[in-house]
Unconditional design. Structure first.
Length: 309
């Protein structure tokens, strides 16, 4: 990887860092509460394989909800969009990521999209394999291929910490099981899902994965088509419409790029046909998005005209 620290990016990271004090590290998954709130790092990975970074980009964090885009890509590749969208919808919710309410009020039992927890749990239940170990290994290998980094692993402590506390996610699985939308075994899927969310990497790897989506599924290092173009397009569209939870509309207006966040404070973004962005800033705003990460993207979008709209 041809990576170097970049002064301009460092300047924007320093500026964005000023807002970390206003945010709070997630604590509902106990192990996440240990992150230090004033961290902020960012990497930009270009289609030609060069990359720029600022901040402590070697710091490793868990993907959390960012993993929803990756599991979706894999499941779409294995089952095809028609089958997948029988069980999960394509519409934004306007509700928090772990909200259960629309499962009852809107098309009972069918989650509105794969970027909210209910939809992601259905997607995870469709991952191929003969055992839960097999399924998570299959997903992990896909993520390793996307990052072209075989060392990517699962943070056991974070996955166990979430597994022990995921009662709302379990509730949603049982609710959807009643309607035969969710067809897996609840404990098995919670096991896979919490491990999927605990896949850990640094912002350089995350930026590289973002660049695969930016290049319509083609890997900038290996030149291989990892994800078919039409599936990369579906994933990017979900990132625009639902990627930042119930702040996706405001994000689209202010920043205007496909992006997906996670409660660990990670954000994977991209500029189509140009580069991927990986950010780690664990202090979150009230919607659960990295507060300094959003600020940084605002600065980058305004300065480099990144909005796709
Ligand atoms: N593992 C987290 C959960 O299911 C992921 C949520 C998130 O990052 N927003 O609650």
């Amino acid at each position: 990887m041809n990576c170097r620290c970049n002064e301009e990016l460092e300047y924007f990271v320093k500026e964005a860092k000023k807002v970390t004090k206003k945010g709070k590290v997630a604590s509902y998954i106990p192990a996440l509460a240990e992150a230090s709130g004033d961290d902020l790092s960012a990497a930009v990975y270009y289609g030609d394989g060069t990359c720029l970074y600022a901040g402590d980009v070697k710091k490793v964090f868990t993907l959390q909800s960012i993993s929803k885009v990756l599991s979706l890509a894999l499941v779409l590749m294995d089952h095809g969009p028609n089958k997948v969208f029988q069980y999960v919808g394509k519409e934004p919710t306007g509700d928090p990521f772990n909200s259960i309410i629309k499962l009852e009020t809107d098309n009972p039992g069918k989650p509105l999209n794969p970027m909210i927890n209910a939809g992601a749990l259905v997607v995870t239940s469709m991952i191929k394999g003969t055992s839960s170990a097999d399924k998570i290994e299959y997903l992990l290998n896909f993520v390793r291929t996307l990052a072209n980094d075989q060392s990517i692993s699962i943070c056991q402590r974070v996955s166990e910490s979430e597994f022990e506390t995921s009662m709302i996610n379990r509730s949603m699985c049982y609710y959807m099981k009643e309607y035969e939308i969710f067809r897996g075994e609840v404990e098995e899927v919670i096991d896979i899902y919490t491990k999927q969310c605990a896949i850990q990497m640094n912002s350089l790897d995350l930026a590289k994965i973002g660049s695969v989506f930016a290049l319509n599924g083609k890997h900038p290092e290996t030149g291989k088509q990892i994800i078919p173009t039409d599936i990369a397009r579906i994933c990017k569209t979900f990132m625009v419409t639902c990627g930042m939870y119930n702040a996706s509309g405001e994000f689209a207006i202010k920043i205007g790029i496909p992006a997906k966040s996670g409660v660990s404070g990670g954000i994977m973004g991209l500029s189509p046909n140009q580069f991927g962005i990986g950010i780690f800033g664990p202090a979150l705003n009230e919607k659960g998005n990295s507060i300094a990460g959003i600020r940084l993207l605002e600065l980058l979008s305004a300065n480099y005209n990144l909005s796709i709209f």
